[in-house]
Design a binder for this molecule. Structure first.
Ligand code: ATP
Length: 251
């Protein structure tokens, strides 16, 4: 659904993407992994047109977005659900208002229809009946699940997760992983892309892995390929050890 061809992106002298080539496989959960600052979020932002490449091509659903105008990006974004790191909920709105926010803006549904959609979505993420609560009353994990319900509101074809398990304890991380996996299975035809550092998540739910290094895809393949790779950098990434080509700063 998404292809990046020879994409370059710099911020001043900081050359972040140096001819990135990547083709997200359809209907799978793909992970984009890499060290901090390698350009994972920058890559994700190119998928939704928040950042534009200096050169190279971006294809979404068969359309070349290189010279796309903002209204074309708005149409594309309707097909994409995004779960931001903190859930990005509005604290002053109820959970119901938060989840229905994209529906109110884009679909013409009656109040009762919206109510039904919201309760179905909350059911899907395992939080039924919390419509009238406010985000500050929820744990971080619950907020992420509400964020996911909102990301699913417009029935996206593509679901993007930016560091979904960052700063979570292992049990909540595991729950979020299961939710990403079950969402992928329940929403037929969806394609998921997860940006993450969390190697446990990667090895438990990824169906395809892209390892970003020095502005390019250094490795791509299935988790089995990743696990059995003989490449020193891939092995170091997998084990998190000090031995290997990646320099690990001494704290
Ligand atoms: N809008 C921006 N303006 C200037 N520099 C930016 C901008 N966005 C990102 N960068 C730079 O691009 C580089 C890559 O950032 P990015 O957020 O993509 O890293 P990342 O791989 O997602 O890291 P992390 O895992 O720590 O979130 C960093 O050096 C960052 O400072």
């Amino acid at each position: 659904m998404i292809s990046l061809i020879n994409v370059k992106k710099s911020f001043g002298n900081n050359h972040v993407l140096n001819g990135l080539n990547l083709e997200i496989p359809k209907h799978k959960i793909s992970f984009i992994i890499g060290r901090s600052g390698e350009g994972k979020s920058v890559t994700l932002k190119h998928f939704i047109g928040i950042l534009k490449p200096d050169s190279g091509e971006i294809w979404i659903d068969g359309v070349q977005m290189k010279n796309a105008k903002e209204d074309e990006w708005i149409e594309v974004r309707k097909k994409i659900g995004i779960l931001f790191q903190d859930g990005a909920l509005f604290d002053s709105l109820t959970i119901s208002e938060n989840v229905s926010f994209p529906i109110q803006n884009h679909l013409k549904l009656s109040a009762i229809e919206i109510e039904n959609v919201v309760s179905e979505l909350l059911e899907l993420v395992g939080l039924p009946g919390i419509e009238n609560k406010y985000p500050p009353e929820l744990s971080i994990g619950e907020r992420k699940r509400v964020g996911l319900a909102r990301a699913l509101a417009l029935k996206p074809q593509l679901l993007l997760y930016d560091e979904p398990t960052t700063s979570m304890d292992p049990l909540v991380s595991d729950l979020i992983d299961k939710l990403i996996y079950s969402t992928q299975k329940k929403m037929s035809g969806i394609t998921s892309v997860v940006v993450s550092h969390d190697i446990t998540s990667v090895m438990s739910i990824a169906e395809y892995i892209f390892l970003l290094h020095k502005g390019k895809i250094y490795f791509q393949g299935t988790p089995e390929d990743f696990r059995s790779s003989k490449d020193d950098l891939v092995k170091q990434f997998l084990t998190g050890g000090r031995n290997g080509p990646l320099e690990v700063p001494i704290a």
